[in-house]
Design a protein around this ligand. Structure first.
Ligand SMILES: [Zn+2]
Length: 430
């Protein structure tokens, strides 16, 4: 934006600034709404379910039928592979139709969730084949769909539009299953599909898909660069938005370790069901995990909301988990916190029609944000300051990376500094 200093010297500075900002706002609104409509896509709204014992039994029966269909798909595709014949979704659909004709037990269940299983299987198999064709390294391949065992798979049922309806606040599923939804917030639009599932703690949820509703925010004329890190989850070009690592994992690590020791002591021999004590310890450990995940998500969403409200454009490192293969709880916690924060930022940006640029992390730590020169060697992690040999500039390592993100996204780093939140351009000029 042009300097506001000139306006102060004019006769009617405020009018000039107002006209200018209205024009900028109009342009920005047009581009954001158009980009937002394209990028918005779908949103998920998830609610807890309260189940009667009849509904629970019916859902589990439905799941066991779906599991049978999945395992039949696995068997069919293994056979096809051995016989060197091709198998597509059409053949699997035919298989389901035939199976339903000759098996009354299968016919008792709704056809919608069973057809969805075939679709999911198709997607999983196509992804595995694509990974092989792309010659991805083994640890990044999705792998062929495998058997779903009775005790090793959590129930998940998918219903498309013709498989469910909402009536009097209750969810009616195909096959006459009725469940009570805890409407913790309003469902914004008519849902196009719903997934009913049980988590590791045994709680049931319904997750509705609705077309996303964009809630545009007023333009701010500001941009932010974000770098992910270990000590600070997010280091940004503006100190006010730095996010220290919340260490939710560390605070609960003691409890988690206790339950994991309990599990190890009570672990059942291979092939045997776990004892009651083992199941108890497993459930407690799952509870701790779930709690940490919720805390992370909460911190991430609050931060993302603040960042998105105060900036038109955000450039972030397109982080991929680095430490998952190499363990230690602390490093996994860092990865999980960054993953949750990045996800929250992308979702929040989409929701409010802001531009979130994902930047390839290659060389972001070796490039100079001032002159663009690239250092010959990557800095060791212990080195906290980036000193450029070409232009002599020196700045904290993470701050330098955050600025590189901004430049890579084509945003102007000069416009970033010198303007503080809560101090809009109008008040600077006046
Ligand atoms: Zn430099």
């Amino acid at each position: 934006m042009p300097g506001y200093g000139g306006a102060a010297a004019g006769t009617r500075p405020l009018a000039w600034v107002e006209e200018m900002s209205v024009r900028v706002a109009r342009v920005a609104r047009v581009t954001t709404t158009r980009a937002a409509e394209e990028a918005a896509g779908h949103a998920r709204y998830t609610y807890r379910l309260r189940l009667s014992s009849a509904a629970r039994v019916a859902l589990l029966a439905e799941w066991s039928r779906c599991r049978w269909v999945w395992n039949e798909c696995v068997a069919r595709s293994k056979r096809a592979h051995a016989d060197r014949e091709r198998i597509g979704p059409a053949a699997l659909d035919r298989m389901l139709t035939d199976a339903r004709r000759v098996t009354p037990w299968l016919r008792e269940g709704g056809s919608v969730p069973q057809q969805q299983v075939i679709r999911d299987f198709g997607h999983a198999r196509a992804k595995a084949i694509k990974d092989i064709r792309d010659r991805l390294p083994m640890h990044r391949r999705a792998g062929m769909p495998r058997w779903k065992k009775r005790n090793g798979s959590a129930p998940t049922l998918n219903y498309t539009r013709r498989g469910f309806r909402l009536k009097d606040g209750r969810l009616h599923l195909a096959g006459g299953i009725v469940v009570t939804v805890v409407w913790s917030r309003a469902l914004r639009a008519d849902p196009s599909s719903v997934r009913v599932y049980r988590d590791t703690l045994g709680h049931w949820y319904a997750s509705f898909v609705v077309s996303a509703h964009v809630e545009p925010l007023p333009p701010t004329g500001r941009a932010l660069g974000v770098d992910w890190g270990v000590r600070e989850t997010a280091t940004t070009t503006d100190e006010a938005y730095d996010l220290p690592h919340p260490e939710h994992g560390r605070k609960t690590a003691v409890r988690l370790a206790r339950y994991q020791r309990m599990m190890a002591r009570r672990r059942p021999p291979k092939g045997k069901a776990g004892s009651r004590g083992y199941q108890h310890a497993r459930r407690q450990a799952a509870k701790v995990h779930a709690k940490v995940a919720r805390q992370r998500q909460d911190t991430a969403r609050k931060w993302a909301k603040r960042v998105v409200a105060d900036h038109d454009a955000i450039a972030v490192e397109d982080f991929r988990p680095r430490f998952l293969a190499r363990t230690t709880m602390a490093r996994k916690a860092v990865d999980a916190a960054i993953g949750a924060t990045k996800r929250a930022l992308v979702e929040m940006g989409r929701k409010h029609g802001r531009a979130v640029h994902l930047i390839d992390p290659a060389h972001t730590t070796t490039d100079c944000a001032m002159c663009g020169a690239r250092a010959k060697h990557a800095l060791p992690l212990s080195e906290r300051t980036y000193a450029c040999t070409a232009c002599g500039a020196s700045s904290p390592r993470d701050k330098n990376s955050a600025r590189v993100m901004l430049i890579r996204a084509g945003l102007n780093p000069a416009g970033v500094e010198g303007r503080r939140p809560g101090c809009p351009p109008d008040s600077q000029a006046a």
